[in-house]
Design a protein around this ligand. Structure first.
Ligand code: SME
Length: 170
């Protein structure tokens, strides 16, 4: 089990910690793991590795322009999000990672918990650049996410998409 990275740790320590989280996810996923097992494992590894993460989860594209909640950790999240709404919708529409240093300053942010201060949402893209899902992480610290988080979370989403290049559906 990985240690928990304390709030606002040194950048070098965060880099090393993410590399360990990435390696752990790689080693936990087996040839038998399906997309649901993979998403649940990624979410668990991330959520329990960073003290400031208070909600960590995937939203899946279940039909055109519509996200539905997938595996997550934290209190209950919004169940359905159209592409035109919120930070998750912005990530799905733009196909670009959304770094939100202060959620109150993001027009249209969907608040699921008053504890959330900052947020990052990373799109999971398939082989043709289509959006399969988004990875959403909320932090209880203002301005908690930077280029290091973006790099590693995008790498984790790429690792997922290489193995599960289809829309996740049950
Ligand atoms: N804040 C997100 C909604 C999902 S919750 O954070 C779990 C948004 O604005 O899209």
């Amino acid at each position: 089990m990985l240690e928990v990275l304390p709030r606002q740790s040194e950048p070098m320590r965060k880099q090393k910690h993410y590399s360990e989280v990435y390696a752990s996810i790689q080693s936990l996923l087996t040839a038998d793991s399906d997309w649901l097992a993979a998403m649940a494992t990624i979410v668990s590894e991330l959520h329990n590795a960073f003290e400031s993460f208070d909600w960590t989860g995937f939203y899946r594209v279940v039909r055109d322009d519509h996200l539905q909640i997938g595996p997550y950790q934290g209190s209950h999240g919004c169940l359905d999000i159209p592409f035109k709404r919120g930070v998750c919708g912005a990530a799905a529409t733009s196909k670009k990672t959304q770094l939100v240093p202060d959620v109150e300053a993001f027009p249209g942010h969907i608040a699921c918990s008053s504890a959330t201060k900052s947020e990052i949402v990373v799109p999971v893209l398939g082989k043709k650049g289509e959006v399969l899902a988004v990875l959403d992480i909320d932090s209880n610290v203002l301005n908690d996410f930077d280029a290091v988080d973006q790099h590693w979370l995008e790498s984790i989403c790429q690792l997922y998409a290489m193995r599960y290049p289809m829309r996740p559906s049950v």
